[in-house]
Design a protein around this ligand. Structure first.
Ligand SMILES: [Mg+2]
Length: 349
């Protein structure tokens, strides 16, 4: 039985630090689904919400007409149609992000139709809970990093990720949080090879769980593999791959120990199952990249519960006095863990 999609609406949450782009679908039965896609790159000179503009335009002008009238139960069919129709824009980047937003909305809608969690549609559940780490903003200040890390630990997180490339900051945070909390360092592609090698060596006493995206461009997999071979710590990357093939090349290059694909960049839940299989094949940790509280976090949680290689879930953590303007809150943690969300659709809390 075919139930056509009768409405597609994009919604921009204009948060200066964390804009969100939501996609709302409605079918002829009155059934709704909400997805989310990539929040874009930080644009300090622009009005809040601007970074998601190109993706919203792609959805509104190009994809929406293709969705209206399509069968709301056929996620795979719609995805194939959207991919084909946009191929000449280039299948990655804005295109794959736009398709991901619709894909997540379709999974949400179809799980709600059956009144089951998205995890139950994705496959067999292999985790009942997974540890969550607090992902701090870039702060550029050792004192603030220590304060935020301490607050995150007090909030129940058992892992902290810094976006700092300064050895003294990293070592100071380790002093503050003690030896039992996992500490990750995300460099966001800001160092040369030599600078990175020096940092990796300097932070060895801090027992770092992984070092993330040291160099630019992040897709220089061979260079990343060489750096990984020279260090003792785990290497993490994957959030800047915009499709399955890029992820495959990253893994085949032997560049990483920790695989961090971003569901709202690589195309959504429909591609996620294949990536979970690749993670197992290459024997790496699967730690999906996420910097949103919203349906994209929900998608990562549901997906991770069905993926054997899933190891950590990334949860954004803001500084004192900052808050997300969206309607979602930080997931409830039990012993530092996020529980299997036994709720319909992409809901998790
Ligand atoms: Mg990162």
């Amino acid at each position: 039985m075919s139930t056509p999609i009768v409405s597609l609406r994009t919604e921009i949450v204009r948060d200066q630090n964390n804009p969100q782009l939501l996609v709302h679908l409605l079918d002829e039965d009155g059934l709704g689904g909400t997805g989310e896609t990539w929040w874009g790159t930080y644009q300090p000179q622009s009005e809040a919400g601007t970074p998601v503009g190109p993706i919203a335009t792609m959805i509104d002008l190009i994809l929406k007409p293709l969705c209206l009238g399509a069968n709301s139960a056929d996620t795979a069919g719609l995805r194939a149609r959207l991919h084909r129709a946009t191929y000449q824009y280039g299948p990655e980047g804005v295109t794959s992000a736009a398709i991901a937003g619709i894909d997540l909305a379709m999974w949400d809608l179809n799980a709600r139709r059956q009144d089951v969690p998205v995890a139950d549609l994705l496959g067999d559940r292999v985790h009942d809970r997974l540890p969550a780490y607090a992902s701090l903003h870039w702060l550029g200040d050792a004192h603030k990093a220590c304060q935020d890390a301490d607050r995150a630990v007090q909030s129940g997180f058992t892992g902290i990720k810094l976006h700092e490339a300064d050895a003294n900051t990293v070592l100071s945070v380790r002093q503050v949080i003690g030896p039992d909390i996992a500490l990750m360092v995300d460099i966001s592609g800001r160092l040369s090879d030599d600078e990175y090698r020096a940092l990796a060596h300097q932070v060895e006493p801090a027992n770092i769980a992984w070092l993330e995206e040291p160099i630019f461009p992040q897709q220089d997999h061979q260079r990343l593999a060489r750096l990984r071979a020279q260090q003792k710590q785990k290497m993490a990357a994957g959030e800047n791959e915009f499709g399955i093939e890029g992820c495959r090349r990253l893994l085949e290059a032997g560049a990483i120990d920790v695989f961090q694909p971003d569901i709202v960049k690589f195309g959504g839940l429909s591609a996620a199952r294949e990536l979970a299989g690749l993670a197992r094949e290459h024997d790496v940790w699967l730690c999906p990249h996420n910097f949103s509280l919203g349906p994209s976090l929900g998608a990562n949680i549901h997906w991770a519960m069905t993926a054997k290689a899933a190891t950590w879930i990334e949860v954004p953590f803001l500084s004192e006095g900052q808050s997300f303007s969206g309607r979602w809150t930080t997931p409830t943690l039990e012993d530092g863990m996020i529980q299997y969300p036994g709720k319909p659709g992409l809901d998790w809390d």
